[in-house]
Design a protein around this ligand. Structure first.
Ligand SMILES: Nc1ncnc2c1ncn2[C@@H]1O[C@H](COP(=O)(O)OP(=O)(O)OP(=O)(O)O)[C@@H](O)[C@H]1O
Ligand SMILES: [Mg+2]
Length: 297
């Protein structure tokens, strides 16, 4: 597995605002990295640093072994990017814009471009100024997906897409992944990140608060347990890691830290389990949990 992009101790300050505070991140070939965090956390600042638009206050970004700021134009030959706010020339048609975007990146309009236009169901004869937000995003996405690159970066690319087109987006993303491309996907649509990302990085207040696979994060967070036992589980309240405990005779529900799950299940076994259901947290719940924890600081 090759490291295509490496962020080393990156700090970015805007006057007295520290937008990024000593962040480290890696993107490997064939990997989709989901990049999530609340508004103003620093996602777009990270991406603009990767694109070489911003000069780091400290630290560096290395792409294909080159410095992202110093060698931006060389790097951009193998990098494709879609911003969240897509600005398009108002008087060009969607089709003209796609071709212009491709040309600017030394790319050709190919069969792949036609297939993308069809898949996203975009009427390319209309002028950009007449497009809705979702259609403007489609123009940028079609150009980005038809570009031959090694790294693809998407900054909240699907916020305007309907569910059908979001699925088209996800399918094309997975195709890139199968081809061994590297993808950085910043998104607020957590179900989307959950579906396509191999690893997830959570950023908050300019700091990476967690990186790992969804399973890693599920391990770190609590599981919801609902059980019915033959005997009443009265000693549960004394076991460590048990939260939000509700006991109604021999029915019980509680949350348990993953590291304490084993001992709690062993205890329930001694009471004879009649029914047991464990629910892992969704990315959404993990996300909220992180925020609550860091909000308590
Ligand atoms: N050019 C700038 N000048 C001053 N402050 C900036 C500038 N760009 C970003 N910031 C600040 O840096 C912080 C991070 O902003 P950033 O746009 O990276 O957040 P984000 O995670 O992309 O948020 P969102 O989810 O809303 O897009 C914010 O506090 C923002 O106000
Ligand atoms: Mg942003």
């Amino acid at each position: 597995m090759t490291v295509q992009l490496k962020i080393n101790h990156l700090t970015k300050k805007f006057k007295d605002v520290t937008a990024l505070d000593d962040i480290n991140l890696e993107l490997h070939s064939g990997e989709v990295l989901g990049y999530i965090g609340p508004n103003g956390a620093g996602k777009s600042t990270t991406i603009r640093s990767i694109l070489g638009i911003l000069r780091p206050s400290m630290g560096s970004v290395e792409i294909f072994g080159m410095d992202a700021f110093k060698h931006a134009s060389k790097i951009h030959e193998k990098l494709s990017y879609v911003p969240g706010d897509v600005y398009l020339w108002p008087n060009l048609t969607g089709g003209q814009t796609i071709d212009l975007l491709l040309k600017m990146n030394n790319q050709q309009h190919t069969n792949k471009t036609d297939k993308l236009i069809k898949d996203f169901g975009l009427d390319i004869t209309k002028k950009n100024k007449t497009y809705s937000k979702g259609n403007r995003q489609k123009v940028a996405l079609i150009a980005a997906f038809s570009t031959e690159a090694e790294i693809y970066i998407f900054d909240e690319p699907t916020s305007g897409l309907d569910p059908l087109n979001e699925e088209v987006f996800q399918n094309h993303l997975l195709k890139l992944k199968q081809q061994g491309k590297s993808i950085l996907l910043s998104s607020h649509i957590l179900s989307e990140v959950e579906k396509v990302a191999d690893r997830i990085a959570i950023i908050k207040d300019g700091q990476i608060v967690e990186t790992g696979t969804l399973e890693d994060m599920q391990y770190l967070t609590s599981t919801l347990v609902e059980a019915t036992t033959k005997d009443e589980p009265i000693d549960l309240k004394n076991l460590s890691g048990v939260n939000n405990l509700v006991i109604e005779k021999n029915h019980v529900s509680f949350q348990i830290d993953a590291k304490n799950l084993n001992s709690v299940i062993s205890y329930l076994t001694t009471l004879e389990i009649i029914k047991l259901k464990t629910t892992k947290p969704t990315l959404e719940q993990i996300f909220l949990q992180y925020y609550k924890v860091s909000g308590d600081k």
